[in-house]
Design a protein around this ligand. Structure first.
Ligand code: AMP
Length: 180
């Protein structure tokens, strides 16, 4: 397992994640990862790093949080040849769901997972999202994985806003590629 990021990756992330001020409301500095996604070198170097870290974790599934967690999660799942499971905002999943309310840095919402998301008890799951702020959504996602009888091996974020101490709110292990 290699968790230390290279200078190259660190530079690419810092250069390609854009700060958008006062979005979605005044006072929030939004870390925009669309500029990272559109840079093939940055995106691919990041995915290489994640693949290298997680290929020894013996994962069964990667669970991505709606919506930016889907982008990283689905590609990583394909690279690791494991299943991908979406955790979605309330009302979006078509079959029977478990639900969990959560709070954002800028509001409240509810997340859901399909009740039959995993094909076995204690499936080994990696949770992934683009960013952890307060940790509210990731904590809700952790409980949903538990409700669906999965085991969350680790939660992974591309960016962690360290001052908000969101990772302290999670029950399980946390890995953040870049702490800001
Ligand atoms: P939280 O539940 O407070 O940890 O918020 C994390 C979720 O909200 C993630 O899905 C992020 O994509 C989004 N989010 C919260 N704050 C920001 C921010 N400053 N920049 C970008 N995304 C954010």
């Amino acid at each position: 397992m290699n968790s230390k990021i290279s200078k190259k990756l660190e530079t690419l992330l810092l250069k390609n994640i854009r700060d958008v001020y006062d979005f979605p409301k005044k006072g929030i500095i939004f870390k925009d990862i669309t500029t990272l996604l559109s840079n093939p070198e940055a995106f691919s170097t990041l995915l290489d790093h994640l693949e290298n870290r997680y290929n020894t974790f013996d994962l069964d599934y990667i669970v991505g949080i709606d919506a930016r967690g889907f982008i990283f999660g689905a590609i990583l799942a394909d690279r690791l040849k494991v299943g991908f499971v979406p955790i979605r905002k309330k009302g979006k999943l078509p079959s029977e769901t478990f639900g969990q309310k959560y709070s954002l840095e800028y509001g409240y919402d509810e997340l859901e997972i399909h009740k039959d998301a995993f094909n076995k008890k204690n499936a080994r799951v990696l949770l992934i999202d683009d960013l952890i702020a307060t940790g509210g959504s990731a904590k809700a996602a952790e409980s949903l994985i538990k409700k669906a009888c999965g085991f969350c091996v680790e939660s992974c974020f591309i960016v962690e806003l360290e001052d908000l101490k969101g990772s302290d709110n999670l029950d399980g292990r946390v890995y953040s590629v870049l702490k800001i």
